[in-house]
Ligand binder design. Structure first.
Ligand SMILES: [Zn+2]
Ligand SMILES: [Zn+2]
Length: 217
């Protein structure tokens, strides 16, 4: 069969050797990524570091959406612990004992999962889904932490609410790039200054909850 993750390499297992190796590396990098994300919780402090004026950041919108999600209960720690529980259940091991403090929990869950990668690749039909979720959360964290990656991709904020003269909403994806003070729409060119972020945040939340409702119905 073909590897469940890359969908190209022939393998007798659920994951090919290369994808298993990458998965292990991503898991082992999680604790460092998690800790590194803390530095991105305060965009104003970061701006000042680069020699700019320390601006009062009203909404603190650009960096925190992604970073708070990743560091929150449903982020890195939740994803790792859910998969660890699933692996334990599948291997008929007793449920994992949780340690105290999110950084320790991230380290413990990531190490335990990395330890089980060989078994996952060989024996677990859910290997592909597991590897995909780890790849996604790793990419989300890495795009914040590693500047080159982040510069290419930016932090996704939501859709641009600018309205053109014909009253059409722009709707292009807005991204914040590290070191930039304002958010600029690369499609319509609208610039959102820090004092507008709170309003922008509200609009994006409203727009995304509407989209979610439409998809649910
Ligand atoms: Zn593969
Ligand atoms: Zn726009």
């Amino acid at each position: 069969m073909t590897c469940q993750l890359c969908d190209t390499t022939e393998t007798t297992d659920y994951l090919c050797a290369r994808c298993s190796h990458v998965l292990t590396e991503q898991l082992l990098r999680m604790p460092v990524l998690y800790r590194s994300l803390a530095a991105f919780l305060q965009p104003a402090a970061r701006g000042a570091q680069h020699g700019g004026h320390a601006q009062a950041v009203d909404g603190a919108l650009p960096v925190s959406e992604n970073v708070l999600d990743l560091r929150g209960p449903g982020g890195i720690v939740g994803i790792l612990e859910d998969w660890r529980s699933a692996v334990h259940a599948a291997r008929r091991w007793p449920a994992p004992v949780l340690t105290v403090g999110i950084p320790h929990r991230v380290t413990a869950a990531a190490a335990a999962l990395a330890y089980s990668v060989d078994w996952v690749a060989r024996c677990w039909p859910e290997a592909g889904q597991f590897a995909q979720e780890i790849r996604d959360v790793h990419a989300a964290a890495a795009s914040v932490v590693h500047p080159q990656l982040a510069e290419e991709r930016g932090t996704r904020l939501g859709k641009c609410p600018a309205v053109d003269p014909s009253e059409a909403v722009c709707g292009a994806v807005l991204r914040h790039y590290p070191g930039q003070r304002a958010v600029t729409c690369r499609w319509c060119g609208t610039v959102y200054e820090p004092h507008e972020w709170k309003k922008l945040r509200e609009w994006i939340d409203f727009e995304e909850s509407n989209t979610a409702l439409e998809q649910a119905s």
